[in-house]
Ligand binder design. Structure first.
Ligand SMILES: [Zn+2]
Length: 277
């Protein structure tokens, strides 16, 4: 079983709005979508209610991506306050949408060391009020200056009870291409299991795309075929561990690569067609 779909409205429904986006996802045979609030939460509670109805009718599992402009590691109070406001608004709308995870980028180390940054993220995350059924998804990040190594993300999740979001392209970029074989993915997923338990890893929320990187930093997203990060070894790791992941495709050709990934998932036995929807 796999939930899989694009980060945002599929390209073929571009400009038609979120409701048509959800319908397009279902029509393509996909069953997940991450609603993108990356440049601000531009959705009213009424609209969110409508989107929820359509997503339920179409069998599309929703998640949310919070605005990029969040920095919980800042030493400036004003920046942290704005960050709290933005995440809170994304979380509130997620509750109405019926989205279970609100993915967010925790911030930049700035003057803080890793340990202090973990404390800052925990402290600020605990100020946000979450509706029932909604959790924050702390994303693994792809640049050295950004908070979000796997260990940092797992530490925050362990303390707060929120969830890790595994962005495999970011992990791969940050370690200069260390995710190659099924065993590499298994090792990573087992670390999540050890730290947060079997339930968390079984329902893990993830991002996937081809990625260009250098010196441990993400440069840009690539079409799957063009990158050295491959989906098949990951899909095999999911099968081996009995994981039922959500995989959000962030490739430049969104739904086309999501469909390719679904094909791979089927091939390795992760997604039986009848299990989709
Ligand atoms: Zn992200």
């Amino acid at each position: 079983m796999i939930y899989i779909g694009p980060a945002g409205i599929p390209l073929e429904a571009k400009g038609k709005g979120i409701i048509e986006g959800v319908r397009a996802v279902a029509k393509l045979g996909l069953n997940a979508m991450e609603v993108q609030f990356v440049r601000g939460v531009r959705m009213s509670p009424e609209q969110a209610e409508e989107v929820r109805k359509v997503s339920e009718a179409e069998g599309v599992k929703l998640s949310v991506h919070a605005p990029y402009y969040i920095n919980f590691c800042s030493v400036k109070e004003k920046i942290v306050d704005k960050s709290l406001e933005r995440l809170q608004r994304a979380v509130d709308i997620a509750g109405i949408l019926g989205a279970d995870v609100v993915t967010f980028h925790a911030g930049f180390y700035g003057e803080l060391g890793s340990k202090e940054a973990i404390e800052a993220v925990v402290r600020n995350l605990e100020k946000v009020e979450f509706p029932r059924g909604v959790k924050a998804g702390i994303e693994t990040m792809g640049r050295q200056k950004q908070f979000g190594t796997l260990d940092e993300v797992l530490a925050v999740a362990e303390i707060t009870g929120h969830l890790p979001v595994l962005d495999f392209a970011h992990v791969h970029a940050r370690c200069n291409g260390c995710l190659r074989k099924t065993g590499d993915f298994l090792a990573l997923l087992r670390r999540v299991e050890e730290k947060l338990g079997a339930d968390v890893v079984r329902n893990i929320h993830t991002h996937f795309t081809g990625v260009e990187y250098s010196n441990g930093n993400e440069r840009s997203h690539l079409v799957l075929e063009e990158g050295d990060l491959k989906f098949e070894p990951l899909a095999k790791a999911f099968v081996e561990m009995g994981i039922r992941p959500t995989v959000i495709c962030e490739s430049p050709i969104l739904e086309k690569d999501a469909l390719k990934m679904l094909e791979i998932a089927k091939k390795v036995g992760l997604a039986q067609t009848q299990e989709l929807r």
